[in-house]
Design a binder for this molecule. Structure first.
Ligand SMILES: Cc1cc2nc3c(=O)[nH]c(=O)nc-3n(C[C@H](O)[C@H](O)[C@H](O)COP(=O)(O)OP(=O)(O)OC[C@H]3O[C@@H](n4cnc5c(N)ncnc54)[C@H](O)[C@@H]3O)c2cc1C
Length: 385
């Protein structure tokens, strides 16, 4: 068994319920079972498969099934139990969970020693009509089939596709779509609508300079400072951020990447325990996109943070349940971030935000980071920090 500093186990076998089997939930489970293999883990997640969502834009090249790991396989591999259900918490319910140590689902009651909430962040809800796609659609069908189906149904020989949102997700999808159109010799026009002045504004300026020059080379029209209002039959309605004027452009399809809505965010102390009126609920932990830790560590909505928080809460659960009860604070700082720009290009930073890498080296870093997560899913933890 792997050694965990400051953890002197008691004899009792622990029961841990993890709500949400995404990056944080899986990292928590693998870490718990690494240090305490007899822990009974229950994962509650409405989906039947874990989704490796950081690859989602690649479904213009690969089948969606490549990114899905059935929870049934995770059950077999780790001996955990998956319950397909959705649970939402408010402060009152959390307090009740802390006091009673049980969760009441539709058909069963699940008791636990510790509860980990790792249910992620929801995307902004969008209208569901034929000529609008959003991240939820790509989580259900491969990008290639969604776009091929739209192009087959569309009457125009040169339709216009508007991608809305110049953040990391929008850019990754945009450049895969461009590549897909080129590969399938489709003459559709592609444009990017973005509310800010530059794309990828949350990153160092080198990201936007590099990416915008790539957009120009690829003949992708860029509309900065523009808010998306509505996709009509064959037009898109936009609003100019500076002049506060609405205007229309021809558009047959809008693909929306409007960012995540931080509903149900739980504040935690530096050890990952949920706070209720500034007091920690000792047996309820939170990790991933649905968490905000009061600590110096990174609270970014990234897989990197989610995995680190998931691993930390697992270690702290074991420590809390042991004789010493000494917990470890969350101190993780982002090590870098790479945005892919299609199959052969990327831009990112590594080590410090001033160290910008682009092209093949950036792509290689991204592949390495993704491979590290694949190893973790297989039960091999290669994360040094
Ligand atoms: C297209 C795309 C590309 C990305 N690329 C990168 C990248 O390159 N690098 C990076 O660091 N980050 C990236 N991110 C961000 C990263 O994916 C998230 O930060 C990360 O997935 C957060 O992990 P999580 O475990 O908190 O949530 P998730 O991975 O979203 O998992 C949440 C889980 O909870 C389940 N769930 C939801 N609601 C409930 C409920 N009520 N009850 C029970 N279960 C529930 C969901 O079904 C899901 O399985 C990307 C995101 C997207 C969308």
């Amino acid at each position: 068994m792997a050694f965990l500093p400051f953890h002197i186990p008691k004899q009792k076998k622990l029961k841990v319920v993890i709500v949400g089997g995404g990056y944080a939930g899986i990292a928590a489970m693998v870490t718990l079972l690494r240090y305490a293999p007899d822990t009974e883990v229950v994962i509650i997640d409405p989906r039947m498969q874990h989704l490796k969502i950081t690859h989602l834009h690649e479904t213009f090249r690969y089948p969606l099934t490549d990114l899905l790991v059935p929870f049934a396989d995770i059950e077999n591999r780790y001996g955990c139990k998956h319950i397909a259900a959705s649970i939402n918490f408010d402060q009152k319910k959390l307090k009740d969970c802390q006091d009673r140590k049980l969760l009441v689902l539709d058909n069963e009651i699940v008791d636990f020693d510790y509860l980990v909430i790792a249910s992620g962040c929801v995307g902004r809800p969008t209208e569901h009509v034929d000529n609008i796609l959003d991240i939820e659609d790509f989580m259900t069908f491969a990008g290639s089939s969604l776009l091929a189906e739209f192009l087959a149904k569309n009457n125009h020989s040169e339709p216009t596709i508007s991608v809305v949102g110049g953040g990391a997700t929008g850019i990754q999808f945009l450049l895969e779509i461009k590549q897909f159109l080129t590969r399938t010799k489709n003459k559709a026009h592609l444009r990017l609508i973005h509310s800010g002045r530059h794309v990828l504004e949350q990153f160092p300026i080198g990201f936007s300079t590099y990416t915008q020059s790539r957009l120009q080379e690829m003949d992708i029209a860029f509309y900065p400072n523009s808010y998306y209002c509505e996709q009509r039959l064959d037009k898109i309605l936009l609003s100019d951020k500076n002049e506060k004027k609405e205007y229309e452009l021809p558009s047959d399809l809008s693909i929306l990447f409007l960012g995540k809505k931080q509903l149900n965010i739980f504040t935690a102390n530096a050890f990952g325990q949920v706070l209720e009126n500034q007091s920690p609920l000792s047996n309820i932990f939170v990790a991933g996109d649905c968490s905000y830790y009061q600590s110096v560590g990174s609270n970014t909505l990234t897989a990197q943070s989610a995995v680190r928080k998931g691993k930390l809460v697992a270690r702290n659960i074991l420590r809390h349940s042991g004789f010493l009860g000494l917990l470890e604070p969350y101190l993780h700082h982002d090590l870098g971030y790479v945005v892919s720009l299609g199959p052969t290009d990327a831009v990112g930073w590594l080590g410090t935000t001033g160290n910008i890498v682009a092209g093949m080296p950036a792509l290689a870093i991204k592949e390495l980071v993704e491979a590290q997560y694949d190893f973790l899913l297989a039960g091999i933890d290669t994360y040094l920090i």
